[in-house]
Write a protein that binds this ligand. Structure first.
Ligand SMILES: C[S@@+](CC[C@H](N)C(=O)[O-])C[C@H]1O[C@@H](n2cnc3c(N)ncnc32)[C@H](O)[C@@H]1O
Length: 231
C-alpha cells in the first residue's frame, strides 16, 4: 500500500517537473513556430468569398483604408488574402510588401503574384522576430499573425517596427482567438488587446481599439482590432 503511494507521489513529482520545464520552453518556442497553417485553411487564400462577406474582414479593410499610390506592408501575409486586395486598392503607383516567415506561404505568394500578373506586389521572407522592412511604408497590416505571445518580445518587435516607420504611419493589428472575453481562446497565450496596447506604449498611439466577444454561435471568435499611429 505504502509503496503504491510512493509510486504515485514520485510520478506526480516527475510530471510536475516535466510540465514546469516544458511550459516556459513552449512559450519561448511559440513565436518562432508562429502560426503557419495559412495554406491549409481556405480562409487565408485570396478570393475567399465567405471571408469577404464577414463583418470583421470589412472592418479590417476599412481600418487600413488603402489609397491609390500608398506603400503598404502586409506582415504575415500567409496565402495573400489581404495582399491582393490591397494591391488592387493601391494601384499601379502603389506597392504592397507581403512578408512571411513560412517558406510555403512565400512560395504560394510568389506563385500567385507571378501567375496573376500583380506588378505592385513584392514578396519578402522575414524572421518572426523582425518586421524586416528596410524602407518606410505608409501603412502596415498584421492580420491574425498568432505570433505575439509575450509582452517583452512584442515590445522588441514593435520597437524595430517603430525604427523603420515615419511618424504618423498607421499600423493595423487584427487578432482572432485572443481570449478577450472568455477565460482563454483556443490559442491560449496570445496577447490580449490590453497587453498589446501596453506593449506598444510610448512607440505608437492607439487610434482605435475594438474588442469582439465570441459570438454565442461559437463561429465568430474573440478578437481585437487595434489601429496604431507611429509616434
Ligand atoms: C493565420 S495566417 C494569416 C495570414 C493573413 N494575414 C490573413 O489574414 O489571411 C498567419 C501567417 O502569418 C505568418 N506569420 C506569423 N508571425 C509572423 C511574423 N512575426 N512575421 C512574419 N510572418 C508571420 C505565418 O507564417 C502565417 O503565414
Amino acid at each position: 500500500m505504502h509503496k503504491r503511494y510512493w509510486v504515485i507521489a514520485l510520478s506526480s513529482l516527475a510530471l510536475l517537473a516535466v510540465l514546469g520545464t516544458a511550459r516556459p520552453l513552449l512559450r519561448r518556442q511559440t513565436p518562432n513556430e508562429a502560426w503557419q497553417g495559412a495554406l491549409t485553411d481556405p480562409a487565408f487564400l485570396p478570393d475567399n468569398r465567405k471571408r469577404d462577406a464577414e463583418y470583421r474582414t470589412k472592418l479590417v479593410l476599412a481600418a487600413i483604408d488603402a489609397r491609390p499610390g500608398e506603400k503598404i506592408a502586409d506582415i504575415g501575409a500567409g496565402g495573400g488574402y489581404f495582399t491582393f486586395k490591397l494591391s488592387r486598392l493601391v494601384g499601379n503607383q502603389g506597392m504592397v510588401i507581403a512578408t512571411d516567415c513560412d517558406p510555403k506561404a512565400l512560395e504560394y505568394l510568389r506563385g500567385y503574384t507571378r501567375s496573376k500578373g500583380f506588378r505592385n506586389v513584392v514578396v519578402r521572407a522575414v524572421e518572426v522576430w523582425d518586421p524586416g522592412l528596410d524602407t518606410p511604408v505608409d501603412k502596415v497590416l498584421m492580420a491574425d499573425l498568432y505570433s505575439f505571445r509575450q509582452a517583452g518580445e512584442t515590445r522588441d518587435y514593435f520597437t524595430r517596427l517603430h525604427r523603420t516607420l515615419a511618424p504618423g504611419s498607421k499600423v493595423v493589428v487584427f487578432q482572432s482567438h485572443s481570449g478577450v472575453s472568455s477565460s482563454k481562446g483556443w490559442f491560449g497565450s496570445i496577447l490580449t488587446g490590453e497587453e498589446m496596447v501596453a506593449s506598444v506604449k510610448g512607440l505608437f498611439a492607439v487610434e482605435k481599439d475594438r474588442r469582439f466577444a465570441r459570438a454565442p454561435s461559437g463561429l465568430d471568435w474573440d478578437a481585437y482590432l487595434i489601429v496604431l499611429k507611429r509616434i
